[in-house]
Design a protein around this ligand. Sequence first.
Ligand code: PGA
Length: 260
Amino acid sequence: MTRRSLVVGNWKMDLSHKAEVEIVRSLKELFKGVTLEQTDVVVCPSFPSLAAVADGLKKNQKIAVGAQTVYWEEHGPVTGMVSVSQISPFVDWCLVGHSEQRAITGETDEQVAARAGLLVRHGITPVVCLGENAEEREADQSVDKVTKQMKVLIGALTRAAIAKIVIAYEPIWAISANNPGELPEGDEVAGMAVLIRKVAAGRFGSEAAEKLRVIYGGSVNEGNVDQYIEEPGIDGVLPGGASLQPRQFMEIVKKVEAAA
Ligand code: PGA
């Protein structure tokens, strides 16, 4: 089966509202010259900019909008959080379980799974981030960690949901890395993609697991993207810092489309 490729730009909290709106203008101009047949492209701005970015990209068929997280309950007395009905007019995608969110809010694997299930029920594609930290890698626990995160997630989802979610393998030690030596090799990430689909297959069978899209995130840029997307089983990338530079983001997208 062929899975569509995917590039998700995570803008984090790096830009002002004004800069987020300006980036949209540049992206629209730059992407005029890009033909996409196999690749979905998503940008994830801050909550306050979702409406403006969605409006700016409305007529653009190439770039969709995603949120950076969502609360796991539909509504209620939850000061400071954002619900699915508050993001749904603007987004078709949403990151969940990003390691920065997990670290700040103490989000558990069960809460990540609840968010993913809620998003699927609302027709929004969750991009579920998981991966080990530096100490776990050092202690040779990467496989155990990812297996556990996947089991909790898959345990909370239906078979049909598997084709509607994306897993982003983001080893925490590789996020915002300062030199290429700190990044995983392509075959290491491909091995994790095999593991991720194996856990999904354990519950729903290999046919369902083959529909699961798996992407890589952690210091992706136009210079290193090839080593990941050339591996079978890796369907795309999730750049953070590199997605803040429209031209670099476009080059990453072009490479992913070319490899599809
Ligand atoms: P980075 O961020 O590309 O800046 O490492 C990726 C992420 O945290 O999603």
